[in-house]
Design a protein around this ligand. Sequence first.
Ligand SMILES: Cc1cc2nc3c(=O)[nH]c(=O)nc-3n(C[C@H](O)[C@H](O)[C@H](O)COP(=O)(O)OP(=O)(O)OC[C@H]3O[C@@H](n4cnc5c(N)ncnc54)[C@H](O)[C@@H]3O)c2cc1C
Ligand SMILES: *[C@@H]1O[C@H](CO)[C@@H](O)[C@H](O)[C@H]1NC(C)=O
Ligand SMILES: *[C@@H]1O[C@H](CO)[C@@H](O)[C@H](O)[C@H]1NC(C)=O
Ligand SMILES: *[C@@H]1O[C@H](CO)[C@@H](O)[C@H](O)[C@H]1NC(C)=O
Ligand SMILES: *[C@@H]1O[C@H](CO)[C@@H](O)[C@H](O)[C@H]1NC(C)=O
Ligand SMILES: *[C@@H]1O[C@H](CO)[C@@H](O)[C@H](O)[C@H]1NC(C)=O
Ligand SMILES: *[C@@H]1O[C@H](CO)[C@@H](O)[C@H](O)[C@H]1NC(C)=O
Ligand SMILES: *[C@@H]1O[C@H](CO)[C@@H](O)[C@H](O)[C@H]1NC(C)=O
Ligand SMILES: *[C@@H]1O[C@H](CO)[C@@H](O)[C@H](O)[C@H]1NC(C)=O
Ligand SMILES: *[C@@H]1O[C@H](CO)[C@@H](O)[C@H](O)[C@H]1NC(C)=O
Ligand SMILES: *[C@@H]1O[C@H](CO)[C@@H](O)[C@H](O)[C@H]1NC(C)=O
Ligand SMILES: *[C@@H]1O[C@H](CO)[C@@H](O)[C@H](O)[C@H]1NC(C)=O
Ligand SMILES: *[C@@H]1O[C@H](CO)[C@@H](O)[C@H](O)[C@H]1NC(C)=O
Length: 638
Amino acid sequence: MARLITILATLLALCQHTALAYPRRLVASKVFLNGRDVEKEYDYIIVGGGTAGLTVADRLTEDGKATVLVVEYGQLSNSASITTVQGGFMGMSDTTLLYDIDSVPQTNLRNRTIAVLAGKVVGGSSAVNAMMTVRGTAEDYDRWGSFFGSKSHWTWQNLLPYFQRALNFVPPDDAVTKSANITYDTSFWGNTSGVYAGWPSFQYPGTSAQVDAFRGIPGMPFVNDSGSGVPGVYWYPTFMDPKLVQRSYARTGHHDRAANRTNYHLVTGSKVTRIILNGTTATGITFVPVGSASGSATNSSSTAVRAKREVILAAGGIHSPQVLQLSGIGARKLLSSANITTVVDLPGVGQNFQDHPMLTASYMYRNFTIHPSPEDLFLNATFSAWAAAVWAANRTGPNSIAIGNAAAWLPFPVISARSSSIASTLASQNHSAYLPPDTDPTVLAGYRAQMLSYATALRNNNTAFCNLVISGGAASGAIVDLHPLSRGTVNINTTDPYNTEPLVDYRALSNPLDAAVMADILRFTRRYHMENPLTAAWRAAEFAPGLDVTTDEQWRAYLEETVSPSEFHPAGTCAMLPRELGGVVDEELRVYGVTGLRVVDASIMPTLPGGNTCQTVYAVAEKAADLIRYGRPDDAER
Ligand SMILES: Cc1cc2nc3c(=O)[nH]c(=O)nc-3n(C[C@H](O)[C@H](O)[C@H](O)COP(=O)(O)OP(=O)(O)OC[C@H]3O[C@@H](n4cnc5c(N)ncnc54)[C@H](O)[C@@H]3O)c2cc1C
Ligand SMILES: *[C@@H]1O[C@H](CO)[C@@H](O)[C@H](O)[C@H]1NC(C)=O
Ligand SMILES: *[C@@H]1O[C@H](CO)[C@@H](O)[C@H](O)[C@H]1NC(C)=O
Ligand SMILES: *[C@@H]1O[C@H](CO)[C@@H](O)[C@H](O)[C@H]1NC(C)=O
Ligand SMILES: *[C@@H]1O[C@H](CO)[C@@H](O)[C@H](O)[C@H]1NC(C)=O
Ligand SMILES: *[C@@H]1O[C@H](CO)[C@@H](O)[C@H](O)[C@H]1NC(C)=O
Ligand SMILES: *[C@@H]1O[C@H](CO)[C@@H](O)[C@H](O)[C@H]1NC(C)=O
Ligand SMILES: *[C@@H]1O[C@H](CO)[C@@H](O)[C@H](O)[C@H]1NC(C)=O
Ligand SMILES: *[C@@H]1O[C@H](CO)[C@@H](O)[C@H](O)[C@H]1NC(C)=O
Ligand SMILES: *[C@@H]1O[C@H](CO)[C@@H](O)[C@H](O)[C@H]1NC(C)=O
Ligand SMILES: *[C@@H]1O[C@H](CO)[C@@H](O)[C@H](O)[C@H]1NC(C)=O
Ligand SMILES: *[C@@H]1O[C@H](CO)[C@@H](O)[C@H](O)[C@H]1NC(C)=O
Ligand SMILES: *[C@@H]1O[C@H](CO)[C@@H](O)[C@H](O)[C@H]1NC(C)=O
């Protein structure tokens, strides 16, 4: 029976593909559901209609000159799971919008597997994320350039205008700003983008109090604006259109405004199987309808499209390395075990994998007397009825809050007394011991360069390592390690590379110093809740791990059981680094050894920024669009 269905499906796919009998549809919209509607060639082909892909497509088609095709796996969706801001969790709970991937068992996490979340819809992960709108610090972006030496144009100064172009900042309502003590500074923002950074029309009073409570611990830095590039305690906006009070994302901010342009085409439900290479020049791509077995790179249901100028890979941190490897660009040994002919032996592809680990200590205030609080939405019927009424009438009130708007982003020396010793240990480690045994020497050199940079950052106050999210209520918020030291891999499954998801291995805690850094983050978290004069009256109880956990060994055991290596920020797998440091793309985001092929998405980040990644992806994409259109900036613009 299954076989019969397969045969029927193949026949159907063949009929659809042999579309010569069909008159070509005259479509007002240039969004195609089927490969047969696509032209034979475009100036640019973009693989992946996600956060970066749609941003670049919008910019490249803006002047009406270049033709662009975006090929996206998912569909256009108007689902309420995407548009709803309340709570910030609806997108990531809707499995129809997400890839179905589990990591390989994590050997240092008692063999636990981790759900790998990434958006599978037009808009990509910007359609499903929690809408926290933050940047890393200036040093995070200067670090990227530092791997290329002092002449790099990847600096905070150079990237700032792209952050400003990327988002349209709409300040919070004056009354809310005053009553909650929100600070912001518009000089770090722009107001032209179709993607909005907005604010809810309500804040819980407990949020302001919990921001203020960081003053109870000496040496805490406070920052007036989340976009200033300085670590500290600060307020930040939400990826939300403040007029509609709906998620603002790459689809609404870039696709929708480009959709009427005759030079912009998007084909949905289509999986790119490989980049076509003539010698070492990228000349196009092949794609198949989602659901059809690929079998190999090309088959009867596959469509080939030519790129006259460039192919731009924007499939995200998990899938961009997969597409490169399937195209013969990657480590020779891996590719030959999958019977893929190596076109460019590029060992860095799929290596250097990073994500932000989430830690799971849990506190509850037994005497939290500040109301209303987020818990009141569930515990106080009068309050929740009011919240529902103002939302229904005016789209205002607590239901306009996504996941909150305040957090601490703290440098290591301000949370730990042993920053110097941890930094020295990191600098003098035998770095090769912490990567897979067969790691290429160039990748190892890149890892070493990163660890030396982190050793400096661990001692100074310019890079945030510890992120405590403020809940505003009785239950504690998320805890994140912003600069993990372990590096994982994302490689094709060599058993059946074209029909399987890549093998995602976080290699969590493979560098043992991660556990020490995380232990100090958790010790600081305990200090903030339990040993702080400004939180004392709330009388915190520690639910996890429990006050008996104090030594490094105990913390490590707790972390092995509980840490999640992902905040859904996969990055680093097509790193922008010199080739001798295991890089995959150069400073203009061009793949080494290939002409006409760039990568533009979270995978190019050589090291994670100390903040959730979406705003950085938008800024990188804006800069990439300029690199594609105008080339490398001259010295004056750096
Ligand atoms: C659940 C979740 C919560 C998050 N929360 C936040 C947050 O609150 N704040 C924040 O700043 N960041 C957050 N992030 C991270 C942020 O959203 C991502 O870093 C960012 O959107 C990644 O952009 P990208 O362009 O690299 O990839 P994506 O936006 O994921 O785009 C990749 C696109 O390529 C498509 N694709 C992949 N393979 C193929 C193929 N072979 N053929 C065709 N198309 C393909 C995908 O379907 C997808 O649309 C979150 C992410 C997730 C998943
Ligand atoms: C994890 O899996 C490996 C391989 O299957 C096994 O050898 C090991 O004992 C397991 N470890 C734990 C803690 O279960
Ligand atoms: C946009 O920013 C510019 C420059 O800062 C400012 O002059 C202008 O008033 C702003 N427009 C809006 C609508 O806020
Ligand atoms: C706001 O700041 C003022 C001055 O520092 C302080 O008096 C007030 O309590 C703060 N309000 C809140 C809600 O934290
Ligand atoms: C970092 O900040 C802490 C706390 O404010 C301070 O004690 C320390 O001297 C600072 N370190 C450096 C290198 O500036
Ligand atoms: C932050 O804002 C406050 C109030 O506007 C101001 O007094 C202070 O100088 C600002 N701090 C910085 C670092 O800009
Ligand atoms: C796109 O075209 C349609 C039909 O011509 C029009 O109604 C719509 O306003 C246009 N949208 C944009 C964003 O220009
Ligand atoms: C490949 O490139 C060569 C040399 O530039 C050219 O002659 C040939 O036509 C190209 N082949 C295809 C299929 O594009
Ligand atoms: C690779 O080729 C060998 C020999 O032809 C074959 O046994 C093996 O199944 C192939 N593997 C894949 C993934 O195609
Ligand atoms: C419930 O909420 C209402 C409205 O905010 C408030 O007036 C009331 O005091 C709350 N009740 C309790 C028991 O907290
Ligand atoms: C909605 O807004 C209108 C106009 O500001 C106001 O009169 C009305 O009371 C609001 N409705 C609710 C339920 O708050
Ligand atoms: C690799 O793919 C094969 C074939 O689909 C599958 O059986 C196997 O479980 C995959 N390997 C892993 C580690 O997921
Ligand atoms: C509980 O909180 C109230 C209000 O802040 C305070 O007056 C009281 O002392 C607290 N109780 C305890 C036992 O700390």
